[in-house]
Ligand binder design. Structure first.
Ligand code: GDD
Ligand code: MG
Length: 398
């Protein structure tokens, strides 16, 4: 893969947010060194990408998607990666999870891939989490809460259990396996470029095509991402004093974290998770609030935003869903301790709420989950083996 070095970067304390980077070649062949001495282009050969993939787990959150789509997504993930599928699909009247598990079993034989699938409502797993000190993912009845973020956090814990250094997230409703393959390679390239163990790689889509008047329109920004990015940039500007447009990936569902960074972040539930990653990184390492992580402050945190070559085609989930996503994203910016009052007011106006206390009430549904470095991993690992009934492993995984 050949891509440019970041054209510019914004700094906030120990955090570097790199501007969007373009890819010049999806595949730049086997390494023979550069023909000319380019200083602006970074090239990764097969081996360099493959080395990272060996240490990378791909977590796929899944809820009632078409099996054909899931199959396509799996076919796009390079064989070296460990695949962790966390399903919250319905179990009755039709047991969709059983269908998924069966599909994975069959595909696993052909793909010879290391894959794990489990269900989010696994009672045994819920008990294990409680015992391992991770109650913040549970509801009042002791069940694992529903939500995409909760599924992602479970995936993170399994990636840690399997000693992975990096974790990437890819939605299961992707129509184009080639795009999935590109996302994974972008994750690897981002980690390969990073100068610190604390790294976040976010996908910026070149286009998100929509059908309008019977023809394909290659739109660049969705309504949600435009609003989220604008407000995240305003937050950044309010702290640094300089206006900026550097953030373009506030809602990037497809993104990846190095384990040292993933372990110390708080996670916000549902669809607020991606935007909240920015907020949490700024709060923890941005130098505005005191940091509990001196090692990361010393090494720095890097955020890469890399633009795909493949357009993004995924399932259309309707307008109400988009409204919910705007609310989730703006909500987590507004509730942050580093959000200045002026921006808070502007956000409340955008959300159509006059009273701050109403907003607080609405925000309650975005639960905050503790960092996974609070989980007792020995208890988790032993408990998972004994109690997680829905967990199925393939490809010789222990
Ligand atoms: N495990 C689990 N649990 N997975 C879930 C759940 C859940 O409760 N809810 C949804 N998912 C899965 C879906 O099956 C899909 O694979 C993925 O999470 C994303 O959910 P979608 O409902 O398809 O979200 P979206 O396409 O509107 O939004 C996606 O892209 C946005 C950026 O454009 C999400 O990834 C957003 O978080 C992201 O901001
Ligand atoms: Mg989707």
């Amino acid at each position: 893969m050949k891509l440019d070095f970041p054209r510019y970067s914004e700094r906030l304390g120990a955090v570097s947010i790199h501007a969007v980077q373009r890819i010049y070649e999806l595949d730049s062949g086997k390494s023979k060194g550069f023909l000319s001495s380019h200083q602006t282009i970074k090239k990764f050969d097969y081996d360099e990408i493959s080395n990272v993939l060996h240490d990378l787990a791909i977590v796929i959150p899944l809820k009632n998607e078409k099996l054909k789509l899931l199959e396509g997504v799996l076919s796009g993930i390079p064989n070296e990666c460990l695949v962790i599928i966390v399903s919250n699909s319905s179990r009755s009247p039709v047991d969709r999870f059983a269908m998924e598990a069966e599909a994975i079993r069959q595909l696993g034989r052909f793909m010879d891939k290391r894959m794990v699938i489990l269900h989010q409502q696994d009672w045994g797993l819920a008990e294990v989490l409680k015992k391992a000190g991770y109650a913040s993912i549970l509801d009042e009845d002791g069940r694992i809460r529903s939500g995409k973020a909760e599924g992602m956090v479970l995936g993170l814990m399994f990636a840690k259990m399997y000693n992975k250094d990096y974790v990437g997230f890819i939605d299961s409703d992707n129509y184009v396996p080639g795009a999935v393959n590109e996302y994974v390679k972008i994750f690897a390239a981002g980690f390969g470029m990073s100068n610190t163990p604390y790294c976040n790689v976010r996908i910026s889509w070149v286009f998100k095509p929509k059908v309008r008047n019977n023809s394909l329109q290659f739109s660049k920004w969705g309504r949600v991402s435009e609003v989220t990015n604008r407000n995240l940039n305003s937050l950044l500007a309010s702290i640094t004093g300089f206006e900026t447009e550097v953030i373009k990936t506030g809602n990037a569902g497809e993104h990846a974290l190095s384990m040292p960074l993933a372990e110390c972040l708080h996670y916000s539930s549902g669809y607020s998770i991606e935007c909240n990653e920015f907020i949490d990184i700024f709060e923890k390492f941005g130098g505005v609030l005191p940091s509990a992580y001196p090692h990361a402050m010393d090494k720095g945190v890097e955020i890469f935003q890399i633009e795909t070559r493949n357009p993004h085609f995924h399932e259309d989930k309707g307008a109400a869903h988009l409204t919910e996503m705007v609310e989730a994203s703006l909500g987590v910016i507004e509730r942050s301790a580093i959000c200045p009052d002026e921006l808070r007011k502007i956000i409340l106006e955008q959300l159509g709420r006059k009273e701050e206390k109403n907003s607080r009430k609405a925000l309650k549904k975005y639960h905050v989950m503790d960092p996974i470095n609070t989980v007792d991993m020995a208890v988790f690992e032993k408990g998972v083996k004994e109690k997680a009934d829905t967990l199925v492993k393939h490809g010789g995984l222990k």
